[in-house]
Design a protein around this ligand. Structure first.
Ligand SMILES: NC(=O)c1ccc[n+]([C@@H]2O[C@H](COP(=O)([O-])OP(=O)(O)OC[C@H]3O[C@@H](n4cnc5c(N)ncnc54)[C@H](O)[C@@H]3O)[C@@H](O)[C@H]2O)c1
Length: 446
């Protein structure tokens, strides 16, 4: 196996398999996020758009001392798959091709979609694994039938293998872009791989469709990134499989919109020791994601994923006077006229010196899928990199991209966007044997 070696001024560089050949990116779910991602990559490949929002495409990384002036593009620093080498595939509950699905999602305008029509129309979803008890608001017209869940998993494995062969891919990555499933906590069937495989045979109701895709991916050695708050790979059973097969996994829930703003603002309040009495967040959203979240059980998954961030950033147990009594409320209201153009309002009640209260209002008119698309790209490329570096299991260094980062059991997640970015970049430096950047800076004054 050939490897790329790099300089090792501060440590030994990792052996990284080169990114040769094609990378297939498979998305269960070919809706607003997936089609915006695919259309964007194709538009960039044709020189019609820039990869705005993508760290892998536009980000740089400082190396060595500030005086050295070395800040290469991340894409030049680590061997990532090239956009031209990406091929797309996916599954959906509906038979619409990527052009029809993108038109239906209404994120991108005709001006951007029409020139890509031939390309997008050629991407047709494979039949989905579906169970309506997990997504109450949708009824599938394009789903697999099987004698039990093990049979469905076998069919997804066949899909994966035939996609790889037909498209002549060297490697694959799976990124969940399907709907948010009903809230579930780990059940006995998730306790071990053996219990899970028995549960597949017995069609245990606690095995969600997303877990069948994830199981199939991990069985085939394909990394799995979870764009929704679904439990999926956050279970001992699937982590065991990931470790056994040496496959990277990560989740949960793409960090976009309101939570992105929270993880930008809250670290600032904490850094300046400003108190927080309450944070009230509400949204109106009119796309299919909003419709699915209109069901209380799917909303519960989202709510849990969104509520964790403030608690972990502000650490009330360490700062009881500042954050011991905060009220954190999150609401999502389905309002069809807005489509994918969400509007979020945040009312933040903070307090300062001598307890004097202040208020901050944030009114974010965001486009959810525009914020999510570059995350799908970066996650796919970094997951593929991780696998070529021999990293497996939970990829905590990719916490930057998640609303609710998956961590080792017993470890609290890091939510602060800036710490997450430092963690990500230091991981890349570490992989290349470069000095880690601590920001100490004392050497400039010796
Ligand atoms: N848009 C964002 O910014 C954002 C941010 C964070 C997380 N997410 C999550 O990403 C996911 C996708 O969001 P979206 O806006 O594209 O939603 P969407 O409703 O437009 O697309 C989801 C697609 O998944 C399909 N689907 C549902 N269950 C499936 C299954 N079992 N197998 C295959 N396909 C299935 C649906 O038919 C639909 O076409 C959602 O879970 C959402 O909560 C989105």
């Amino acid at each position: 196996m050939s490897v790329t070696k790099s300089r090792s001024s501060a440590g030994k560089a990792a052996d990284i398999r080169p990114a040769t050949g094609k990378l297939g990116i498979l998305t269960p779910g070919l809706g607003a996020v997936a089609t915006t991602f695919i259309a964007g990559v194709e538009s960039i490949r044709r020189g019609r758009s820039k990869p705005i929002g993508s760290l892998t495409q536009m980000g740089t990384i400082r190396l060595g001392k500030r005086t050295e002036g070395r800040s290469p593009l991340i894409s030049e620093f680590v061997p990532l798959a090239k956009l031209d080498d990406i091929v797309f595939g996916g599954w959906d509950l509906f038979p619409d091709d990527a052009y029809q699905a993108a038109s239906e999602a209404g994120v991108l305008s005709k001006e951007h979609l029409e020139p890509l029509k031939d390309f997008l129309s050629s991407i047709k979803p494979m039949t989905a694994v579906f169970d309506q008890s997990y997504v109450k608001k949708l009824t599938a017209t394009h789903a697999k039938k099987g004698k039990n869940k093990a049979d469905l998993a076998a069919q997804v494995i066949d899909d994966i293998k035939s996609f790889k062969k037909t498209n002549n891919c060297d490697r694959l990555v799976m990124v969940w872009c399907g709907s948010t499933e009903s809230y579930r906590t780990p059940a006995p069937v998730h306790a071990s791989l053996a219990a899970f495989e028995k549960g597949l045979e017995e069609s245990d109701p606690e095995i969600a469709p997303s877990q069948i895709y994830a199981y199939a991916a991990l069985k085939c050695g394909v990394p799995y990134a979870n764009g929704a708050p679904n439990l999926t790979v956050d279970t001992p059973a699937l982590l065991e499989l990931a470790k056994e097969n040496g496959v990277p996994v990560g989740g949960k829930d793409f960090k976009t919109g309101q939570t992105l703003m929270k993880t930008i603002l809250a670290p600032g309040f904490k850094a300046r020791l400003l108190g927080l009495e309450g944070w009230y967040s509400t949204n109106i959203l009119g796309n299919r994601d909003g419709e699915v979240l209109d069901d209380p059980e799917s909303f519960k998954s989202k709510e849990v994923s969104k509520l964790g961030a403030l608690e972990h950033i502000l650490q009330p147990h360490l700062y009881p006077d500042l954050y011991g009594k905060m009220d954190h409320v999150v609401r999502i209201n389905y309002y069809p006229p807005r489509g994918d153009n969400k509007e979020g309002w945040d009312n933040i009640d903070i307090f300062g010196w001598m307890g004097y209260p202040m208020q901050i209002k944030v009114n974010f008119l965001c486009r959810d899928s525009i914020l999510a698309a570059p995350i799908v790209l970066d996650l796919a490329l970094f997951m593929d990199l991780a696998q070529r570096c021999g990293m497996s299991g939970i990829q905590e260094w990719l916490s930057f991209y998640w609303k609710s980062p998956q961590t080792a059991p017993g470890l609290y997640p890091e939510h602060d966007l800036f710490i997450q970015l430092m963690k990500l970049k230091n991981t890349l430096r570490y992989l290349r044997g470069e000095e880690l950047i601590t920001h100490l800076g004392a050497e400039y004054y010796d």
